[in-house]
Design a protein around this ligand. Structure first.
Ligand SMILES: Nc1ncnc2c1ncn2[C@@H]1O[C@H](COP(=O)(O)OP(=O)(O)OP(=O)(O)O)[C@@H](O)[C@H]1O
Length: 621
């Protein structure tokens, strides 16, 4: 793809929606979602009704001609007149004034209920969804208990224990209904927890708190708004039901209390029942309509794709003992060896199986990478290239075990001999600062809810400690360095507004933004057009030469290896088959597997460089 094509891909079609709902660009996104609500007639009706009810409630003290409990006993059950515009109740109290004060108390207590439910359900759902494990198990257990409680009976019990306070009843109902938020948030988080852009955020050095607040929270915000509209309506209905049963506080005017009193006089003055019922129906209906309108608006705008990786059953006992057994071997290998930027020694990675055994996917792999050097890891699909790279990055799935070996970065262990997991606390200090990652699928590694500029600037501000303005200038330069013709426009664009080639350039810009010592690129050109592939490879080579970083390039393509790499590691079935300088391996592949791999690529006519056809003549053809 040419640059001009890429540049034109940047231009959003007129009126195209901006995906996402949040962040620095949140104003733009929120305003476009708000505009979509305004285009929906039902959304407008709901907003107008709710705004009206809220204003009436807020100014009840000014608008109500009488106090809510002011009784004129000489004028009971009176028909509407100039003084009491909706008439009076059986105690001679003004119905209009009580409706207004009732709106205040009813709405506030319903909102209190929703707030309590959010305060409990949201953080619990976020943590359970993101970390899973024991917290999720305990939270599920509590949720099970809460959901099995008969709500109305619990509320009646609380009423007899604490008296007829609407506030206490609504707090209790908030606790009872919090599992609905918990479940909603947990499943939303689970669906994005393993998205590549969340991994990418982790690699860029962001802490879990920041990842949750920025990338994860933006996904759950929309469902929460919709849920809150529904819960507020339910809270109004439940509160009124309790009060209708005579369990409310008769001294306080709420719509439920008015409903209960109206029912007693339904034959004499039916309007006493009508007005509170009408106010409730109008408000609950408007809340439901608003929830639907928000959902429709956000569904139109959301471009977030969910993809969930499979997880495997874990049994770590065997892995731990295997790691222990490996400890002695590793200690021996370590002794007296020279310093490298990355040193992988006898690495073994495995996954516990249902029968307690461990399936090894990387077995006894050793290699090193130095500064200013590009090491290729090549092998057919499933040979363990990515698992090796992910071990260095610390991005293996939770179920993976380091069953043997060690990894050192610049002399420091990220997997020490005997450890069965990557040391995340050590690695989190390196990732995004000294080690960066260029992933396989550029689009999935950019969060669709944020502009490209935001995603470049934030890690720089955090990792390099520079100001936002400095980071912005730097981001512009980086975008231009990676060959983007119009950096300003790309900076402001959302990921869906750029082409795949451009997105990959953006990720490369991100990978070098914090001046790393090591870049790990996992099939960085697989998802790209052939013409863009060449550009991106040139770019990586150029950056490596200019910046002197070490690069580990994972690929199944010998052409890419020949083009870029200084040394190559050939892998098969998780094991290292052959290792050496690229020219040597391409000229004289010693192992049969390397020869076959090379031959199959020539037959498959993978894009190769000048070097490989000449090799083909010598070794294969
Ligand atoms: N989460 C997992 N649980 C169990 N096995 C896994 C898991 N992830 C990967 N594997 C296995 O590990 C082996 C190596 O996978 P890896 O992704 O490293 O291969 P690769 O050489 O990078 O292949 P490709 O080029 O297709 O990405 C494969 O057999 C794969 O099935």
């Amino acid at each position: 793809m040419t640059e001009s094509v890429e540049t034109s891909a940047l231009t959003p079609p007129p009126g195209s929606p901006v995906p996402g709902t949040s962040g620095q660009t949140g104003t733009v996104v929120r305003s476009s979602a708000f505009k979509r609500i305004l285009k929906n007639p039902l959304g407008v009706v709901a907003l107008v009704i709710l705004l009206g009810v809220i204003l009436l409630a807020a100014f009840a003290n000014v608008l109500a001609p009488f106090d809510q409990n002011f009784a004129n006993i000489s004028k009971t059950l009176a028909a509407p007149d100039g003084v009491n515009i909706l008439g009076t109740d059986s105690s001679g109290r003004d119905v209009w004034s009580r409706l207004l004060y009732g709106a205040q108390l009813t709405l506030l207590s319903a909102l209190l209920c929703a707030a309590v439910a959010i305060l409990i359900g949201l953080p619990a759902g976020l943590v359970a969804g993101y970390y899973a494990g024991k917290f999720e198990a305990v939270a599920n257990w509590i949720v099970g208990i809460l959901m099995s409680l008969p709500g109305l009976i619990v509320l009646m019990t609380i009423r007899s224990a604490f008296g007829p306070s609407v506030w206490i009843a609504m707090i209790a109902f908030g606790v009872l209904i919090s599992p609905s938020y918990f479940r909603l948030v947990r499943s939303a988080v689970q669906s994005v927890r393993n998205e590549l852009y969340v991994d990418a955020a982790r690699v860029s050095g962001l802490s879990d708190v920041r990842i949750i607040s920025r990338h994860i929270f933006s996904v759950v915000r929309a469902p929460i708004i919709i849920q809150t509209a529904a819960i507020t309506g339910v809270a109004i209905a439940i509160q009124s039901a309790l009060e209708f049963l005579g369990l409310g506080d008769p001294a306080k005017a709420t719509w439920g209390v008015m409903l209960s009193e109206g029912f007693k006089n339904v034959y004499l003055t039916p309007s006493l029942l009508f007005w509170p019922a009408f106010a409730m129906a109008l408000t609950i209906g408007a809340l439901v309509l608003l929830g639907n309108a928000v959902r429709d608006a956000l569904e139109d705008g959301e471009k977030i794709r969910h993809r969930r990786k499979k997880t495997y059953a874990a049994r770590d006992a065997a892995a731990a003992s295997a790691a222990k057994a490996a400890r002695k071997t590793i200690a021996a290998v370590e002794a007296g060896t020279e310093h490298h930027l990355v040193k992988v020694t006898n690495l073994g990675v495995g996954y516990p199986q249902a029968d307690g055994s461990i399936k090894k996917v990387v077995d006894d792999v050793s290699f090193h990478v130095d500064r200013g050097e590009i090491l290729g890891i090549v092998g057919e699909s499933g040979s363990g290239k990515s698992q090796t790279a992910f071990s260095i990055l610390g991005l293996l799935p939770d179920t993976a075990r380091i069953v043997a070996g060690a990894i050192q970065f610049d002399g420091q262990y990220t997997v020490a001999p005997g450890e069965d997991k990557v040391n995340q606390s050590r690695l989190s200090k390196l990732r995004g600062k000294r080690i960066s990652y260029i992933p396989q699928e550029p689009m999935s590694n950019l969060d669709p809810a944020f502009t490209i500029g935001y995603q470049l600037v934030t890690p720089m501000v955090r990792v390099l400690g520079i100001s936002k303005a400095e980071a912005t200038t730097r981001a512009m330069k980086l975008l231009s360095d990676v060959g983007i013709v119009n950096p300003e426009r790309t900076f402001k664009a959302y990921p869906h507004e750029v082409s795949g080639g451009m997105a990959q350039r953006v990720l490369i810009a991100g990978a070098i933004s914090c001046e790393p010592d090591l870049i790990i690129a996992d099939e960085p050109t697989t998802a790209l057009d052939v013409t863009v592939q060449a550009d991106v490879l040139d770019l990586i080579r150029d950056l490596q030469r200019r910046l002197g970083v070490g690069v580990i390039l994972v690929t199944h393509n010998f052409g890419v290896v020949a083009d870029l790499c200084d040394r190559v590691v050939v892998m098969q079935n998780g094991r290292l088959v052959e290792e050496g300088p690229v020219r040597e391996i391409l000229h004289e592949p010693k192992e049969r597997y390397t020869q076959t791999l090379l031959a199959s690529m020539l037959e498959g006519k993978e894009p190769m460089t000048m070097l490989v056809p000449s090799m083909a003549k010598e070794n294969v053809l």
